[in-house]
Design a protein around this ligand. Structure first.
Ligand SMILES: N=CN[C@@H](CCC(=O)O)C(=O)O
Ligand SMILES: [Zn+2]
Length: 391
């Protein structure tokens, strides 16, 4: 009888600092920090974690030379499938123009005009760019198709790179469409065509924008999506105070994203819920709006995630390290809280417990830093320290 050999095990040793995000490991802090640590990987999963001096033998060995090792970043909010460029819109904002969502139409035109091969190439380049900066899990939304065929096409392409795909047909009302007719389409025929390619549904709920959706319209689309078996997410409270956060909590959405303009009731609603507040400070960097107050949310007991929102309009960056640095200087987080939000918090926003953490059984999705500590992500902003590693 032929014996099937067990797949080779890999020992990562010489880990100067290991972020596990498991409070039962290491120093007992939320980051579960270990120093002079090692990790064994087998079959794509973590098989052992502990002090390097106690590491078991393995088939292969990689010495990290004192570098810090973290769970790979979980970028739980991106719009990576798009064509075209809106740098002129960004430049206009530097001299006072306001972002209102109207520029999305420019990207819709360019994206519809691009063939599958072009979109696939652009998407692959963005995924590779994110991986080079430490991201190992990506959520990807549609939202630049805005008709049945194009929304389904964008989700099919997104599915080629991630399971975490999100139907965002209700991003804005496309040029020439009637608002009510478009809501019915997004909650009906378009949803039916897109649901097989999506895990999630999202709506841009922002009554302050003439292009986006009010609470009743957003509720209509999200209830239909939930009935079709999709998990729910909301773009809310980005441009002004509004109903997005409370709608997300009402519908038990996994996450409400942006959370830039919150009142006390929004914070209370989030604090008593299982909806994660996902902050996207790359947006405020680009739009000039005030940064969201992460400190207020954490102090109220809200689970906070950080993500890039990579898109051509409001946040054209795939860099989670950049977002971590912004969150530390502009949103009131400590480096430890920001790293936790970009890993464990973002995993929670995707309702995942197999990523964003390094414990026995979790995915061997890693971020290796050319630095001795996670603190350097904020301390050395703009320096390419992180790289993603999937074993
Ligand atoms: N605000 C809605 N959607 C994106 C921006 C899309 C765009 O301007 O192209 C966001 O999350 O900021
Ligand atoms: Zn977004």
């Amino acid at each position: 009888m032929t014996r099937v050999p067990a797949s080779p095990t890999t020992l990562l040793t010489g880990v100067g600092e290991l972020v596990t995000n498991d409070q039962t490991l290491g120093d007992g802090s939320p980051l579960g920090l270990l120093h002079d640590a090692a990790l064994v990987v087998a079959d794509g999963r973590v098989a052992w974690v502990g002090p390097a001096s106690a590491a078991p033998p393995a088939d292969r060995r990689r010495d990290l030379g004192g570098r810090a090792l973290l769970p790979g970043f979980v970028d739980s909010h991106t719009h990576l499938v798009f064509a075209g460029d809106r740098s002129a819109e960004f430049v206009a904002r530097t001299t006072g123009a306001r972002y209102d969502g109207g520029g999305i139409a420019t990207t819709v035109t360019a994206t519809r005009a691009a063939d599958d091969a072009t979109l696939r190439r652009l998407l692959a380049a963005r995924v590779a760019e994110a991986r080079r900066q430490g991201s190992t899990t990506l959520e990807v939304k549609s939202g630049y198709g805005l008709d049945v065929a194009h929304e389904a096409r964008l989700l099919r392409l997104a599915r080629e790179v991630t399971e975490e795909t999100t139907y965002l047909g209700a991003h804005v009302v496309p040029a020439g469409a009637d608002h009510d007719d478009y809501v019915a389409l997004a909650a009906g025929t378009m949803l039916a065509a897109c649901a097989p390619h999506a895990r999630w549904a999202d709506v841009f709920c922002e009554p302050a924008s003439a292009h986006a959706f009010d609470a009743d319209e957003a509720r209509t689309v999200l209830l239909a999506a939930g009935a079709a078996g999709l998990g729910l997410r909301v773009h809310g409270n980005q441009l002004a105070p509004g109903p997005g956060v409370r709608l997300a909590v009402e519908l038990r959405a996994a996450s409400v994203d942006h959370c830039t303009y919150l009142d006390a009731d929004d914070v209370d609603a989030l604090a008593g819920s299982d909806t994660v507040a996902t902050l996207l400070p790359g947006v405020e960097f680009s739009t000039g709006h005030p940064y969201p107050d992460a400190r207020r949310l954490l102090d109220a007991g809200v689970v906070v995630a950080l993500a890039t929102d990579c898109n051509p309009g409001t946040s054209n960056t795939s860099s989670v390290p950049f977002v971590v640095a912004l969150a530390v200087r502009e949103c009131g987080l400590t480096p430890a809280e920001a790293v936790h939000a970009a890993t464990a918090g973002a995993a929670r926003a995707l309702r995942r417990d197999d990523v964003g953490v390094l414990r026995v059984g979790s995915c061997a999705h890693l971020a290796v830093l050319d630095a001795p500590s996670y603190v350097h992500l904020a301390y050395r902003p703009g320096v390419p320290l992180a790289r993603g590693l999937v074993l």
